[in-house]
Design a protein around this ligand. Structure first.
Ligand code: PMV
Length: 316
C-alpha cells in the first residue's frame, strides 16, 4: 500500500488576538506559502499496533509507545482512533515535516496536528472532515497553549479566511478584493502559553482596564470585517495599526516588533501589527501588491530573519 500524504497551512491572525481568549471576535487567514506535511505508511514487517514516528523538525524519532501519554502526538493519534473507533492500529510509520517556523505565531503546532489527523484517518480508510480535524487539533493545542481560544485550529483546518468567536459556529468571510500581506519574523521566540498566561495575571489584577481594551479590539475586529467585505483596504490597514497600538497597551509587543511595524509603515505599508501571541514571533503588514517586495526587503534590512509575501484571494 502506498504512503498516504496530507498537508495543512500556516496562519496569521489579522485582528483580535488575545481579546479572542476573552470572548471577543478575531479574524485569521491561512498562509499557504508554509505548511506541515504528514505521511503514513504501512510497516508490514513490524508487529500490529507498533507505530514509529519520524518528525525531524520537532526532534522526534521514536516509537509512539515511548512517548508520554500527554504528548500532543499521542493525543492526536489517540483522538483519530477514538473518532474512528479503531482500537488497535496496524503497524505503521508516521513521518512529519513542516516549513512553518515554531513559536512564531504562525500556528505550527495546530498545523502538525491537522496534517497528522488527516493523513492517519485517510490511511485508515475514513478521512475525517474539517470540523473533526479542527476539534482534534484544539485538544492538542491545549498541551502547547493551556487555554487556547480555538482560532488556530479553526483557520488551519478550514484553510479559509475566518471570523472567529469562542463557542460560536465558525463564519467564513467573504472578501471583496485580493489583499497582500508581508509577514516578517523577528527571530525572537513567541511562547503563546506564557504570553497568554502572563496577560491573564495582569487581567486578574486590573480587570476593568483590560476589559476596556478587549472591548475596543472587539469593535475594531467588527470594523475590519466590514472593511474586508467591502474591499476597503486603506481602512483595513488603518485598523491593523490601531490594533497594534491596543496590543502594545496589553504589553504583548516587543521592541523588535514595534521597530518592524514602524519600518513597514515608513516603507509605504497601509497598516501593520504584530500577529499571534506577540513578545516575538511575526508581524504582518498590509501592502499594495506592487510594494510588497520593496517592503519585505526594508524589513529584512531592519533585522527581520525571514519574510513571506502572501495574497488572500477575493471570494466574490
Ligand atoms: O498561536 P499564536 O501565537 O498565533 O497565538 C494565538 C492567539 C492568541 O489569541 C494570543 C491565543 C489564542 O488562543 O487565541
Amino acid at each position: 500500500m502506498p504512503a498516504v500524504y496530507a498537508y495543512a497551512p500556516g496562519k496569521v491572525i489579522l485582528t483580535g488576538e488575545h481579546a479572542v481568549v476573552y470572548g471577543q471576535p478575531a479574524i485569521a487567514a491561512p498562509v499557504n506559502e508554509v505548511r506541515a506535511r504528514a505521511s503514513v505508511e504501512a510497516n508490514p514487517k513490524a508487529e500490529p499496533g507498533s507505530v514509529f514516528i519520524i518528525a525531524p523538525d520537532i526532534a522526534l524519532k521514536t516509537s509512539l509507545a515511548d512517548l508520554p501519554r500527554d504528548h500532543p502526538m499521542v493525543t492526536v493519534i489517540q483522538g483519530v482512533q477514538n473518532a474512528l473507533g479503531v482500537k488497535r492500529l496496524p503497524a505503521l510509520t508516521l513521518k512529519v515535516s513542516s516549513t512553518i517556523p515554531i513559536a512564531a505565531g504562525l500556528g505550527s503546532g495546530a498545523a502538525i496536528s491537522v496534517a497528522v489527523s488527516r493523513a492517519l484517518s485517510a490511511f485508515l480508510g475514513s478521512p475525517l472532515n474539517d470540523e473533526e480535524v479542527s476539534r482534534l487539533a484544539f485538544e492538542t493545542d491545549q498541551y502547547y497553549h493551556g487555554t487556547p481560544s480555538g482560532i488556530d485550529n479553526t483557520v488551519i483546518s478550514f484553510g479559509m479566511l475566518v471570523f472567529f468567536m469562542k463557542e460560536q459556529p465558525i463564519e467564513l468571510l467573504t472578501n471583496k478584493r485580493d489583499f497582500t500581506l508581508v509577514i516578517a519574523d523577528t527571530g525572537e521566540k513567541s511562547h503563546t502559553g506564557e504570553v497568554v498566561g502572563e496577560l491573564r495575571q495582569r487581567v486578574q489584577k486590573k480587570s476593568e482596564r483590560y476589559h476596556v481594551i478587549f472591548d475596543q479590539i472587539g469593535k475594531l475586529t467588527l470594523a475590519a470585517r466590514r472593511a474586508i467585505e467591502h474591499g476597503e483596504l486603506n481602512q483595513l490597514g488603518k485598523l491593523f495599526s490601531d490594533n497594534h497600538a491596543l496590543l502594545r497597551q496589553l504589553d504583548v509587543s516587543s521592541e523588535k516588533l514595534d521597530l518592524l511595524v514602524k519600518v513597514a509603515l515608513d516603507a509605504g505599508a497601509l497598516g501593520a501589527k504584530l500577529s499571534g501571541a506577540g513578545q516575538g514571533g511575526n508581524m504582518i503588514a498590509l501592502v499594495n501588491e506592487q510594494d510588497a517586495e520593496k517592503i519585505a526587503s526594508c524589513l529584512k534590512s531592519a533585522g527581520a530573519v525571514n519574510t513571506i509575501i502572501t495574497t488572500i484571494p477575493k471570494t466574490i
